[in-house]
Design a protein. Structure first.
Length: 256
């Protein structure tokens, strides 16, 4: 069931979103060659703890997962698309890293993701990340009252396909509010004019996930969580929590 948020609730979600934004900024600043993914997870935990927030990721166990998620960030490196489990892996020069983070504050959730390179970037990775960010911006631009979810999906997919990148069929964005995952689903490819109408008070997590090799196929790693590209090419993931308002889309997880 989809819940339309009041303006007061959107302000509360903005507060949760800013905790996420601060956590991602802190993780990005801490990420360097030799730093482990577990250390990055601890950085995010410190930010959430300091803000009095909890993590909707920690202990989360959807139907497909064999075990509860053990961290407050998803840390996906190189050919990992999403849901990477932080471990002792230490970042290497040229790694492409995607960090997804959420926060629950005063009963409301925020969810956002960034992708970046560590050390010396590969030109192809820079282009991949820039395209993912353009796809996200296009999706947000389409998130206006009077449009439909399909318009967001079409905007994202158009940018991704024009760049020659692959898109996972089964994963995309989602509604968000009191819980991290709510209705409706927000695909990363679709037909304009289709799907749920966008109304003032809807809040969506919009999140393009791009596969560099151009194929749409992926597999689940042995940990039961991490989704990796089948062709071994790299992937990028970016995300914002966005409120649909009569004044236009409002990005609740915008980083300062």
């Amino acid at each position: 069931m989809m819940e339309l948020k009041t303006d007061t609730s959107i302000e509360a979600m903005h507060a949760a979103g800013q905790v996420v934004a601060n956590a991602l900024t802190a993780v990005r600043n801490a990420a360097d060659v030799g730093v482990s993914l577990l250390e990055l997870d601890e950085v995010a935990r410190d930010v959430l703890r300091g803000a009095g927030a909890t993590s909707p990721f920690l202990g989360y166990r959807p139907s497909f997962a064999p075990t509860p998620f053990p961290a407050v960030i998803c840390a996906s490196v190189n050919d990992a698309i999403v849901h990477g489990v932080p471990d002792g892996y230490r970042l290497r020069d040229g790694d492409l890293v995607s960090i997804d983070c959420g926060a629950q504050l005063d009963g409301w959730a925020g969810d956002s993701a960034i992708s970046f390179t560590v050390g010396t970037p590969r030109p192809a990775d820079v282009t991949l990340i820039e395209t993912a960010e353009r796809a996200l911006a296009a999706g947000i631009e389409a998130a206006v009252v009077g449009n439909r979810v399909g318009d967001i999906a079409h905007a994202i997919g158009t940018v991704c396909r024009a760049g020659g990148y692959g898109i996972m069929e089964d994963f995309g964005g989602h509604g968000i509010g009191r819980r991290m995952h709510e209705d409706p689903g927000v695909p990363n490819e679709g037909r304009p004019g289709r799907g749920v109408p966008l109304r003032h008070g809807m809040c969506l997590a919009i999140e393009p996930m791009l596969i560099a090799g151009g194929t749409d196929t992926y597999h689940v790693a042995p940990d039961g969580w991490t989704l990796r590209t089948n062709d071994g090419t790299r992937a990028a993931h970016v995300e914002h929590t966005v409120a649909i308002t009569d004044a236009g889309p409002r990005v609740l997880t915008a980083r300062r």
